[in-house]
Design a binder for this molecule. Sequence first.
Ligand code: ZN
Length: 156
Amino acid sequence: MPDLEDLYREIILDHYRNPRNRGELDTPPAVRAEGFNPLCGDEVIVYVRLANGVIDDIKVGGQGCSISQASASMMSATVIGRTTEELHRLNHAFKTMMSIEPDPDDPPPANGNGADIKLGDLEALKGVVKFPVRIKCATLSWHTLTQALEEAQATA
Ligand code: ZN
């Protein structure tokens, strides 16, 4: 049986080496937000385009450690095509997994146990919880996405 930690490491490295949804979008109609984690020097830039309450397209830029960039890649692949309502629940599930107090704006999954929300590859970041200083690396892209969506909703 393969070691779960090895599997997680492989998923993280795969996203780091082959980042999904890398690039830029035209603003407008997309919005752009930038996040920075001074503890590690990570930078994440998120472009997101909303259409009828759905994340129609998302692109990610920036640079930093493997955790921050792999997390941004996983986040982009997970949220594309989701409604903003699903996104709040994903955010809740992800932050709970990362042992962070979820944002009061992000309600828990409807059935209370997260079974309707699949974190998929994001589960590979679970191991980061053991290294508290890296949690900010893993959550940076989510904070940046939240910022971008707030901007999108403010300008809508
Ligand atoms: Zn980092």
